[in-house]
Design a protein around this ligand. Structure first.
Ligand code: NAD
Length: 453
């Protein structure tokens, strides 16, 4: 690993990655490799957790193709020197900010969207002119293997290299000095990464998780809320970092909302056979999830099959904040419903939990939208929708507090992998004597007048 990083650093120091054409060539190569290997990418992800070609395109590959196109179209603008005004004290001079790449970057991916969460940060890193070591999650072993094969057979390892492995390999990687670490995963491992980064003062982006609530107000369009929310929850079998984790619904509309949710589940025809539903990634997650299935609270679903790692899309009703499913991020196809009488009572309870990655509010009242936006801290979210904010690359994507540090997508991704160098550029034809000693009362009063404080 030391050797991979040393070679990348030597290459970075040749300045080759500063050339925009070089960066675009790398991005185009990645695009070509992905496009030419879609059947193999589909096959690997299906083997890992029965993800269909449709979902693979919708939630992984299409986002990557968009990111590459976006970076290619905007690279010149993102990377140009930006002039800013100069203060009077520095007259005459010009001032500008130059984005520069950070150097050798480590990207660590999570398993739940193995292509998207591995390559999206890599695209941003390459666009910003860095070299990259990628460590995909080891849990989906087939996708990890194909990512490594495609990258390592096609890219110069001095520019982009994939290192596969689990905890021992990651621990070894984290002992090395990088110029940036971009981590996607759990808050628990995020803490380990942050500690390791501190040793070299390496800047980090931590894309973590949390319990993202969805509020259903009594004035919401309930049918549409159920439709959008059910899709967002059961996409990827609930194994989505920004999935609505639990629902807080006004008691006046709770039973109607539940009926609509059940109807949407039935309509969606969730099954492995038709490619509409996914497996749970592994046995330990399957066991963790089934422990949350309180039989007395099942409103819909609840069937499980350990051999197939199948958990039916399930709704738990009459849930309280003390239940097992409310003690950790669910990350599976279980949707707890908590009915409330008064938003003022439930709000402090939600705020007492860690700041979530997302929040969704279904209401037609602009006053309520404003109130929730003002009073509740979360990474990002949507009003009258769920999950879809991730598809707008003009919206920086990331968490706050326990759900993460920093953000990416679109220009925010370029910024995450750049340093903005601030320059004051002075000519030598004039030098005002004011700042130089010997000081005097006259100089002080002139200084005060100039500063104008
Ligand atoms: P994880 O933290 O277990 O694993 C993420 C990465 O860390 C993997 O590459 C893994 O190999 C490595 N890792 C695991 N244990 C480690 C250790 N002890 N030391 C060093 N490295 C270690 O997370 P996961 O299970 O892959 O993903 C699930 C979590 O990720 C959820 O909390 C989810 O919300 C979050 N997530 C966040 C985003 C986001 O964009 N914010 C996206 C997807 C998932």
């Amino acid at each position: 690993m030391e050797q991979i990083i040393a070679r990348q650093r030597t290459f970075f120091n040749t300045q080759a990655t500063k050339d925009l054409k070089f960066r675009i060539t790398q991005l185009e190569k990645l695009e070509r490799i992905l496009k030419n290997n879609i059947p193999a990418l589909d096959d690997a992800i299906f083997k890992d957790f029965k993800k269909s070609a449709f979902e693979n395109y919708l939630t992984e590959l299409a986002l990557l193709f968009h990111d590459i196109k976006d970076a290619k179209n905007n690279l010149r603008r993102w990377s140009r020197k930006r002039k800013v005004s100069t203060n009077i004290t520095n007259f005459p001079a010009s001032s500008y900010i130059i984005p520069e790449p950070l150097g050798v970057c480590l990207v660590m991916g999570a398993w739940n969207y193995p292509y998207q969460l591995s390559f999206a940060p890599v695209i941003a890193a390459i666009a910003a002119g860095n070299t990259v070591v990628l460590k995909p999650s080891e849990l989906p072993s087939n996708t990890s293997a194909i990512i490594a094969k495609l990258v390592n057979e096609n890219f110069d390892p001095k520019v982009f290299k994939v290192v596969e492995g689990g905890i021992p390999e990651t621990t070894e990687l984290l002992e090395q000095k990088f110029d940036k670490i971009f981590f996607t995963g759990s808050t628990k491992v995020g803490t380990i990464v942050y500690k390791a980064a501190a040793k070299y003062l390496t800047p980090v982006t931590l894309e973590l998780g949390g319990k993202s609530p969805a509020f259903i107000l009594k004035d919401a369009n309930l049918k549409m809320a159920a439709k959008r929310l059910i899709w967002a929850k059961y996409l990827n079998a609930g194994q989505t970092c920004i999935a609505p984790d639990y629902v807080l619904v006004d008691n006046n509309v709770a039973s109607k909302f539940l009926e609509y949710c059940k109807a949407e589940i039935l309509k969606a025809d969730y099954s492995f056979d038709n490619g509409n539903f996914l497996q749970i990634i592994n046995d330990s997650n399957f066991d963790r999830l089934t422990r949350m299935l309180d039989i007395s609270k099942i409103y819909h679903g609840g069937k499980t099959d350990k051999a197939d790692r199948y958990i039916e899309p399930t709704i738990l009703n009459n849930v309280s904040f003390n239940d097992a499913c409310m003690q950790e991020e669910i990350f599976g196809p279980i949707l707890p419903i908590i009915a409330y009488d008064n938003l003022d009572d439930v709000f402090p309870k939600v705020r007492a939990l860690s700041k979530p990655l997302s929040c969704y509010i279904f209401t037609s009242s602009s006053k309520t939208k404003k109130r929730l936006m003002n009073e509740f801290s979360f990474g990002g979210g949507a009003i009258n929708d769920a999950v879809m904010h991730i598809s707008n690359s003009n919206l920086p994507f990331g968490g706050v507090g326990d759900s993460g540090i920093g953000n990416y997508h679109g220009e925010a991704g370029f910024k995450a992998f750049s340093h903005y160098k601030s320059i004051l550029d002075k000519p030598t034809w004039l030098e005002l004597p004011l700042k130089y000693s010997p000081y005097s009362k006259g100089k002080l009063s002139l200084l005060k007048r100039l500063m104008n404080f």
